[in-house]
Write a protein that binds this ligand. Structure first.
Ligand SMILES: NC(=O)c1ccc[n+]([C@@H]2O[C@H](COP(=O)([O-])OP(=O)(O)OC[C@H]3O[C@@H](n4cnc5c(N)ncnc54)[C@H](OP(=O)(O)O)[C@@H]3O)[C@@H](O)[C@H]2O)c1
Length: 444
């Protein structure tokens, strides 16, 4: 048997502590798979005294993760602290500079500094692995980088944030509002006290940036992503989606188009018959459209200590076996700059929910504005007059304000610019009384 692989773990929180337990629990199986023992020999955390339910006897403790990263007492550095900069960035760089392969679960770090760190790792001939940074326990990075290396990928899209999927699923099954479901997610520990990063779509964007780079060979660029969250989704939207044969999911979508690689995160209507629409609760899922294999969907736990540690352990096993694949599946210097495609140029179908004044000719005026922009409508749904359409919880219309009805339009493929312009004109015409709700439709 070769000499043991000495692992240094910086961060003993949800993922770090689970990893330490997993490596201990699976020690025999890992040794037989890799031909060497994998042993945690040193750790770092902020609070040395905290009881983490781990046996750290004989394990060196470093107060400073940078010192751990540079220490001669470890062969591989595992970063599980989090944060795009600060100790995570400094220590990963220090580890690579001192000749140690690195494993991290830190999507914020990869989204911001992934390219620079991949270059450094390649220069040094070291592994730099981040399987757990996207979709937790789902092996999506290996699938893209290794399993699908013989394919050309047209589109990749997924549910990459369990918090958002939990909230949307709960809104749908229990008929509750966004705010009520968010509170429940916080109570269950699925959402942070400040949920903006999750529900605003930013966490999904970090993960999408990583997937897009692997799928299309583009230099990671989180700033190129159009991001919208789920805060504006209402029961009206879910009910209309249900009636039209759709579900609403927060998707990260990266797609090769004639205009370049589009990258976007937003609530999306997906047909109920698709694999991704079946994915409910905190689960994650990613669908890949590839030329040779066709369509592939991976579903599984996107977070949680054990599931994430499973992916971290797989990266450590690769290192124990001596595998060091280029982090983005091709030399970092060959990753192409991504062209930033404005969302206005996106083309697809749209769901539009409008409050329209209840008078003859109003719908015709909207149809005219759509027609002027060459937008053709697939369906129009109107639920009775104002008294029928208004919910019990809606405030009564202000005195003198026109009665309105809810109208839902589904368009055939059109451009974002056309739909936005037509709706702005309808608002200016006074036939639409509130900012319309617009949700993009993702077709199979
Ligand atoms: N949780 C998940 O389900 C999940 C899933 C996928 C990816 N990730 C990623 O995994 C990473 C870790 O997440 P987590 O949920 O395990 O976080 P966590 O529970 O908050 O744990 C963070 C750990 O890092 C330690 N730490 C923070 N700053 C430090 C510093 N300056 N020096 C030394 N140690 C420091 C903390 O020490 P103390 O314990 O002493 O405070 C703690 O042990 C993040 O990048 C996250 O995005 C997490």
């Amino acid at each position: 048997m070769s000499k043991p692989l000495r692992v240094g773990v910086a961060g003993l929180g949800v993922v770090g502590a689970s990893l330490a337990r997993l490596l201990q629990r699976q020690s025999e199986a890992l040794a037989s798979r890799t031909g060497r023992a994998i042993v945690v020999t040193a750790v770092s955390a902020r609070d040395r005294a905290r009881d983490r339910g781990l046996d750290l006897n004989g394990v060196a403790f470093f107060d400073d993760p940078r010192a751990l990263a540079g220490s001669e007492s470890i062969d591989v550095f595992v970063e599980l602290m989090g944060g795009a900069d600060g100790p995570a960035y400094d220590s990963v760089k220090a580890a690579l500079n001192s000749g140690k392969p690195v494993v991290t679960a830190n999507k914020a770090l990869i989204a911001k500094h992934g390219l620079e760190l991949a270059r450094l790792a390649e220069e040094k001939g070291l592994a730099f692995a981040f399987e757990s940074s996207v979709a937790g326990g789902v092996p999506i990075i290996k699938t893209l980088r290794e399993g699908l290396a013989g394919n050309s990928i047209r589109r990749i899209y997924g549910i990459l944030n369990g918090t958002c999927n939990y909230i949307l699923s709960k809104m749908e099954t229990d008929g509750l509002s966004f705010e009520e479901c968010l509170k429940e997610a916080q109570r269950l520990g699925y959402a942070e006290a400040d949920p903006t990063f999750d529900v605003g779509g930013f966490d999904t964007a970090h993960k999408l940036a990583i997937l897009a780079s692997l799928a299309f060979g583009t230099a990671i660029d989180a700033e190129a992503i159009h991001v919208e969250g789920i805060e504006t989704i209402t029961q009206d939207d879910l009910a209309a989606a249900d009636e039209l044969g759709f579900r609403i999911k927060l998707l990260g979508v990266a797609e090769r188009t004639a205009r370049g690689v589009e990258q976007r995160v937003h609530p999306t209507m997906v047909a109920k018959s698709t694999a991704i629409a079946q994915v409910m609760g905190v689960l994650n899922a990613v669908t890949i459209d590839a030329d040779a294999v066709g369509e592939l969907t991976l579903v599984g736990p996107g977070a949680g200590g054990d599931a994430t540690a499973s992916a971290v352990a797989a990266d450590i096993v690769d290192i124990a076996r001596g595998v060091a694949i280029q982090p983005f599946g091709r030399p970092a210097h060959m990753l192409e700059e991504v062209e930033r495609i404005p969302m206005q140029r996106h083309e697809g179908g749209y769901y539009v929910r409008l409050m329209v004044v209840d008078r003859p000719g109003a719908m015709a005026a909207i149809a005219t504005r759509m027609g002027e922009r060459k937008i053709s409508l697939e369906s129009i749904m109107q639920k009775g007059g104002a008294r029928l359409a208004r919910r019990r919880t809606d405030p009564p219309p202000a005195e003198g304000a026109p009665e309105t009805v809810r109208v839902v339009l589904i368009t055939h493929a059109t451009s974002e610019q056309a739909i936005r312009e037509a709706l702005d004109l309808a608002l200016a015409d006074g036939v639409v009384t509130q900012k319309p709700q617009v949700i993009r439709i993702e077709r199979e």
